[in-house]
Design a protein around this ligand. Structure first.
Ligand code: FRU
Length: 521
């Protein structure tokens, strides 16, 4: 049996009705005509994307003087990858973003690849003034001539500083601060202050392992240790490391988490991010972890790293919402790709195994426009269809003890985005094979993506889905298991079919639909 209910709200002028969440526009350095273009097909309305052109990894995530900085790999001339710059945006609430001028430009030493930024509060670098602690960026120089010449040592690490909270930068005249010892892939430095040893720690990747350095002034670095040659996933090159402490639940126990992006070799193909949980003494990271762990089982969360210097203990993560398998081919025209929602990372022990949760920041909830909230029951083998003019800028949220059901978002053109929960197989399948435009690259929709759910506890758990025009993020049990996926429906999904594939009544408690306000309009 199929029942249908329609949410009787009119969504005409949906975008124009949205509350203006932008920061003060008078401070914007970009032309108004560029700011007002977030209306193209597939343009995310509550995720960060650049006004135009190509973007990849988040870089230099740091909080300073009231703002969260988001620098990012940026090529301002085209919508495909090219000579890398650091683009720049800032946010006060991690919900809305203000574009800032390009921060770092390529120079004779190379393109500016991924890296991090710190607030040098103790002025260890000597770049500060009496009343201003410098922001110091640590990045990889990628020298194209060196690469073309077939050398191995074309990636080195450089630094730059800013005294105006990130708007203008001066590169260190004596760059590089770490030269290349003859390792082809030698990049993506993440630096943080280690209070216990009163030193800066830098972790970078060197092909199939990570290297850890120490410094007292951000300029002179000493190699201390290496990690990972024999452990973890090695289906591709290691990239974009991050290393940070987290408390395990509320136990007071502290563990360190090492994030390592890997391309290819992710569980559902192409690029993905694995993590290790262990200990760190200021110089060496050790882990007893045997199995490979992934932060996200979708194909579109890569190169993610976390913020330095946040005002609270929060550990905030942002990833690049794409995959090197098809990033250059996705069907957007003016710009390419967006970031994941900022997410809090938590460490818990599940079945005696350290498990990293990731879940959107509370502040996102300020964008909610409530549409529906009610308990929904669906009989065995029955289904319900819910209509909404546009599911592609919405949030779906409910609690359920059910594990046998399907959720299929679809439109009148026959595009279908499917989520299939199966208890016997203890898995969630994400099927985007007929989700809309998929033909731009075989690797985009050549398989169904699988996420194991064996470690999800029985009983009521939350399922949360956030859709934003060309992306969908699903959080199972408040971020214990997550899938992030790009989608390109030819028109917005206007129906959601929920099918109970099990033999018992399926109960969805407080089944909630919120439309999400645009942060750009
Ligand atoms: C990850 C990555 C980094 C590199 C950057 C270049 O996506 O390959 O390793 O620094 O992108 O844009």
């Amino acid at each position: 049996m199929k029942t249908e209910f329609c949410i009787g709200l009119c969504f005409i002028c949906f975008l124009s009705a949205c509350k203006n969440k932008n920061l003060d526009k008078t401070t914007l350095p970009v032309k108004e005509s560029i700011v007002n273009t977030y209306e193209e097909q597939y343009r995310p309305q509550y995720h960060f994307s650049p006004t135009e052109k190509w973007m990849n990894d988040p870089n230099g995530l740091v909080y300073n003087d009231g703002v969260y900085h988001l620098f990012y790999q940026f090529y301002p001339e085209d919508i495909v990858w090219g000579p890398m710059h650091w683009g720049h945006a800032v946010s006060r609430d991690m919900v809305s973003w203000e574009h800032r001028p390009i921060a770092l430009f390529p120079d004779e030493k190379g393109y500016i690849f991924s890296g991090s930024a710190v607030v040098d509060k103790g002025n260890t670098s000597g770049y500060g003034t009496e009343d201003t602690a410098p922001l110091v960026a640590i990045f990889t120089y990628h020298n194209m001539e060196g690469e073309k010449a077939g050398n191995l040592d074309y990636q080195t690490q450089g630094i730059a500083y800013s005294l105006d909270n990130g708007d203008s930068w001066v590169k260190y005249a004596k760059n590089p601060v770490i030269s290349n010892p003859g390792i082809k892939d030698f990049r993506d430095p993440k630096v943080f202050w280690h209070q216990e040893s009163k030193s800066w720690v830098l972790v970078l990747v060197a092909g199939d392992h990570a290297l850890i350095y120490n410094s007292t002034n951000l300029k002179d670095w000493e190699l201390r240790s290496s990690f990972g040659k024999e452990v973890g996933a090695h289906g591709g090159v290691w990239e974009c490391p991050d290393l940070f402490p987290l408390e395990v639940g509320k136990t007071g126990e502290k563990k360190w988490v090492l994030l390592i992006s890997i391309n290819p070799g992710a569980p559902n193909g192409g690029s993905g991010t694995q993590y290790f949980v262990g200990d760190f003494d200021g110089a060496t990271f050790t882990s007893e972890q045997k199995e490979v762990k992934w932060i996200d089982w979708g194909t579109d969360n890569y190169a993610g790293v976390t913020y330095n210097n946040t005002p609270s203990d929060e550990r905030i993560f942002i990833g690049w919402m794409s995959n090197w398998d098809y990033a250059r081919d996705t069907p957007t025209k003016r710009w390419r790709s967006a970031m994941t929602l900022p997410r809090n990372l938590f460490l818990e022990k599940v079945d005696d195994s350290f498990t990293l949760f990731n879940y959107p920041l509370e502040t996102l909830n300020s964008l909610r426009n409530p549409i529906l909230s009610k308990d929904v029951s669906i009989g065995a083998k029955e289904e319900k269809v819910i209509s909404l003019a546009n599911f592609n800028q919405s949030e779906i949220l409910f609690e359920t003890a059910g594990r046998n059901f399907e959720m299929i978002f679809y439109n009148d053109l026959g595009d279908e985005q499917k989520f299939l929960f199966n208890q016997a197989k203890a898995e969630l399948l994400l099927d985007r094979k007929s989700s809309g435009q998929t033909a731009f690259k075989d690797a985009f929709a050549d398989k169904i993506h699988r996420m194991p759910l064996g470690d999800i506890p029985s009983g009521e758990i939350e399922i949360r889905i956030l859709m934003d025009w060309s992306s969908v993020e699903i959080f199972v049990n408040r971020g214990q298991k997550v899938m992030t996926s790009q989608i390109f429906p030819r028109e917005p999904y206007s129906r959601l079919r929920i099918k109970n594939t099990g033999d018992e009544l399926l109960q969805l408690q407080s089944f909630t639909i919120n439309t999400m306000q645009s942060i750009w309009h």
